[in-house]
Design a protein around this ligand. Structure first.
Ligand SMILES: [Zn+2]
Length: 366
């Protein structure tokens, strides 16, 4: 998941979007129905109860062990409205055929939430990276998995000290497992470079880091179609966060290195993103994302050279709008990610203050 777009006008995003092309125009699949975007590839769009209000899922015409059917890519969160949308898809979009496998790009709830339900209902196998399978299994264990207490303590260490906010974060309990109550025990492992035979076509797995532990995008050279998941979005920038489970990670470096792997794909590639509309202009979009983060890093660097700052103290600089609590937790993760990128490069130094908060400032000699 990623922070939602700001409400209202966003002139910068509008301008950058002009470098991209949306071959389907304003076409959107109606709830419970699909739009064909390439031979054997159907686009589904399901509602989400967040500010980020939808996710795109994909149906790929398939045949496994001589049985015709469909592979699905990504699942939506576990909720009754999501199941109801799937029921309509089963009825109207599968040509009477079964779902044969469930491919999941990564462990985030909007992508893996209903995998257990789809796999059980269709007796289909889950295909996912081993890393994301393991993390999702841990998260689905409830309070013994991801800990809201640990998250609150981590944010406090990075300067989010407002007691009311911390209390709310602690009070969220096991947020992940409410959206992902179960994950199939068995799975088939996806790794970078694997080639999957889906129907009559080959799709290559491209791993990506920095957004999820081991995100897998899928590319079909015959169709020149990339199922980009959350690693390649047309308008909003992918959430790149440091989390309490891995408090010294450097996800921004991982993310930028990962999207560079898409530069080797043809310029005319049609990218199918998890949020937003299918687009061409992949190479321009990679450049835009590099520029976006370079600007942010420069702003952070300048602010920290002025005076050492915590991640929380940088929020007004990085996010020039009011944030609700949900958005604040994403924003904190992003702010720490930018600080860590500079810290790992040796351009900033980290100090633990007497108040128990990490601040980042000039390195000795800068
Ligand atoms: Zn995600």
């Amino acid at each position: 998941m990623k922070p939602p777009e700001p409400l209202g006008a966003n002139p910068i995003a509008d301008e950058l979007e002009k470098q991209l092309h949306y071959p389907l125009g304003d076409t959107l699949p109606a709830p419970g129905s699909a739009v064909t975007v390439a031979p054997g590839v159907k686009w589904l769009r399901m509602g989400l109860p967040f500010a980020l209000n939808h996710i795109n899922l994909w149906l790929l015409r398939d045949e496994i062990d001589g049985r015709p059917g469909w592979s699905v890519v990504d699942c939506c969160i576990s909720s009754e409205p999501a199941k109801a949308q799937w029921e309509q898809v089963f009825e109207h979009e599968l040509d009477g055929l079964p779902i044969l496998r469930v491919l999941v790009t990564h462990m985030h709830p909007d992508h893996i939430g209903l995998a257990h339900w789809l796999c059980e209902r269709w007796q289909a196998r889950l295909w996912i990276s081993a890393t994301d399978h393991g993390m999702a299994r841990i998260g689905s264990q409830g309070p013994n998995g991801f800990s809201s207490e640990a998250a609150a303590n981590f944010f406090a260490l990075h300067g989010l000290t407002d007691p009311a906010s911390l209390e709310k974060i602690r009070g969220r309990g096991s947020y992940f497992s409410t959206l992902v109550p179960a994950v199939p025990r068995q799975y088939r492992r996806l790794q970078d470079g694997d080639v999957l035979s889906i129907g009559t076509r080959d799709w290559r797995c491209i791993s990506g880091y920095g957004h999820a532990p081991e995100h897998i995008a899928l590319y079909c050279d015959e169709l020149q179609v990339l199922i980009g998941g959350d690693m390649m979005l047309p308008r909003i920038s992918t959430n790149v966060s440091v989390y309490d489970q891995e408090p010294e990670s450097n996800p921004l470096k991982q993310f930028l290195e990962s999207i560079d792997k898409f530069r080797g794909l043809p310029a005319q590639t049609l990218t199918l993103p998890a949020h937003g509309k299918p687009f061409t202009g992949l190479h321009a979009r990679i450049g835009q994302l590099h520029d976006h983060h370079a600007e942010r890093l420069l702003e952070v660097m300048q602010a920290c050279l002025e005076t050492p700052r915590s991640a929380a103290e940088l929020l007004p600089l990085l996010f020039k709008r009011a944030l609700d609590l949900h958005q604040t937790t994403f924003a904190m993760g992003e702010s720490i990610a930018h600080l860590h990128a500079l810290w790992f490069e040796g351009r900033l130094q980290r100090r633990l203050g007497d108040d128990g908060v990490y601040r980042f400032g000039a390195s000795a000699g800068v």
